[in-house]
Design a protein around this ligand. Sequence first.
Ligand code: DX5
Ligand code: ZN
Length: 219
Amino acid sequence: MKNIQISPSILSADFSQLGTEIKKLEEGGADMIHVDVMDGHFVPNLTIGPPVIKALRKHCSLKFDVHLMISPVHKYIKAYADAGADIITIHPEATQSLGESIKTIKDLNKKVGVSLNPESKIDLITEFLDQIDLVLIMSVNPGFGGQKFMPEVLDKIKQLKKIQQEKNLNFDIEIDGGINFENSKIAIDAGANILVSGTTVFKSNDGDIKKNINLLKLK
Ligand code: DX5
Ligand code: ZN
């Protein structure tokens, strides 16, 4: 049984104070930092890129869990690896060859994640499950924080869990979008072991990050 980890999304942080904000996450007990990279093309929002990740790298010793919601993604992978990403998660629809992109991330000695949007089927990634470190299940349509959790994606997590046990695979199952104190338990019970959360971590309980992280972990 994997430990439950919390990967707070800086999408909900104060972008004018990102260095201070990620320090607060580290002090608050975050297990890693979820960095939502958006290009205004794959998703209808634009956030940050390699220069900002590079600048943040020296302010935090936690792993950077970088979620690339960009397309095309393949030609930019090395820039995110060089900027300091530890986990690089891509969407299968954003690359011409998922196998090639997975190999590129691994050749750069980074952990590789693949993300499925709510309407994307597991069939897109089944053949790659033995090559990847993490599957990121989107529980909102990517682009913005603060959206409503889509419980129908939990079936995909249960399917992944079953495949993982049948094939004795060890990839992490991460869920991203609308995670809060009411639904974190059903996400964990379905099989997720990493919870991404932006709004709940930064905005609940008057912004008490440590308390919010602990509540999500069901400590
Ligand atoms: C959507 C983003 C958000 C973010 C989490 O593209 O990926 O899901 O990480 O946002 P909250 O926790 O505010 O839903
Ligand atoms: Zn994300």
